[in-house]
Design a protein around this ligand. Structure first.
Ligand code: ATR
Length: 265
């Protein structure tokens, strides 16, 4: 389901670079061989998708602090003869948030993260990097939230989904990282009426582009941050590491990806 080929091919064309971005499907026992080939080749690097984001780490020379925290690498690049790994979701999330809600950090004391899966790991790491300690993680399976906290950011607290309503009046930033609200999934049933007027609501779901959660936030006049921006900006970091050019998320690119979301990839 990756949108990455479309995004990177757009930038290769846009900057008139002589390169390509291709997909490779791997059987589990081919991961080590694939990475060795990548090391020997002229290729600038690779993206890694599920289910190899964790397993790939052992084949790399170094990974950065963020990907160590998340426990997952989604981008491999080369530097000084080494094969390095990073997790660009953290960068993508923080960049899009800063662009959509400038100054968010100054007004953010208390954060609620809903969900405790792979996406929540990257966002909790992003909060740690942003030096935010007052974080509540609400998840259906509370033990998953507790594990995430223990591994990544011990200052955070795990709460049950039913406790969300009590937390909202003191929440500055709320982020849905679950699949609730995605096409074909149940909605995230949450009344946003008690959120303070300055609150920011983020939904990492981007199909539909405007989830019910984001629509409710907009109706209340809150800043609503969509998930597509995070996807586009995480790709910026990878492209920059591979090709040495920081690409721009142009309205044209966003429009192209939005159009492609209307039909299955
Ligand atoms: P991802 O890597 O995209 O984050 P994931 O690891 O499968 O995907 O995590 C999905 C998240 O959505 C989890 O927090 C999951 O809650 P559980 O940990 O309890 O499974 C949450 N989720 C998915 N469907 C849900 C539902 N119907 N009700 C509540 N939470 C749901």
């Amino acid at each position: 389901h990756s949108r990455s080929p479309q995004i990177h091919r757009y930038w290769l064309r846009h900057y008139d670079l002589d390169g390509s971005y291709d997909l490779a499907e791997l059987a589990p026992d081919q991961l080590g061989v694939f990475i060795e080939k990548l090391r020997q080749s002229d290729n600038a690097g690779a993206n890694v998708t599920l289910p190899y984001k964790r397993d790939v780490i052992e084949y790399l020379d170094e990974i950065d602090e963020g990907s160590r925290d998340v426990g997952a690498v989604n981008t491999i690049y080369k530097q000084g003869g080494k094969l390095l790994g990073t997790n660009t979701d953290i960068y993508g999330f923080l960049t899009h948030l800063s662009l959509t809600a400038p100054g968010w950090q100054e007004n953010t004391d208390s954060v609620v993260i809903i969900g405790a899966g792979g996406a929540a790991r990257a966002i909790l790491s992003a909060m740690k990097i942003s030096r935010i300690d007052k974080i509540y993680i609400a998840n259906r399976t509370i033990s998953r939230a507790q594990n995430l906290i223990k591994e990544i950011h011990p200052a955070a607290r795990a709460v049950k989904m039913v406790q969300l309503n009590d937390l909202l009046p003191t929440t500055d930033l709320m982020i849905n990282t679950t699949s609730l609200g995605m096409v074909g999934q149940p909605p995230l049933e949450l009344d946003l009426l008690t959120l303070p007027a300055h609150s920011i609501v983020v939904d990492i779901v981007y199909t539909p582009l405007k989830t019910r959660l984001l629509l409710k936030a907009e109706q209340r006049g809150l800043v609503a941050v969509d998930g597509l921006g995070m996807l586009l900006h995480q790709a910026v970091r990878g492209f920059e590491l591979w090709f040495g050019t920081r690409p721009e998320v142009t309205p044209e690119l966003r429009h192209l990806v939005e159009k492609s979301l209307e039909v299955p990839p």
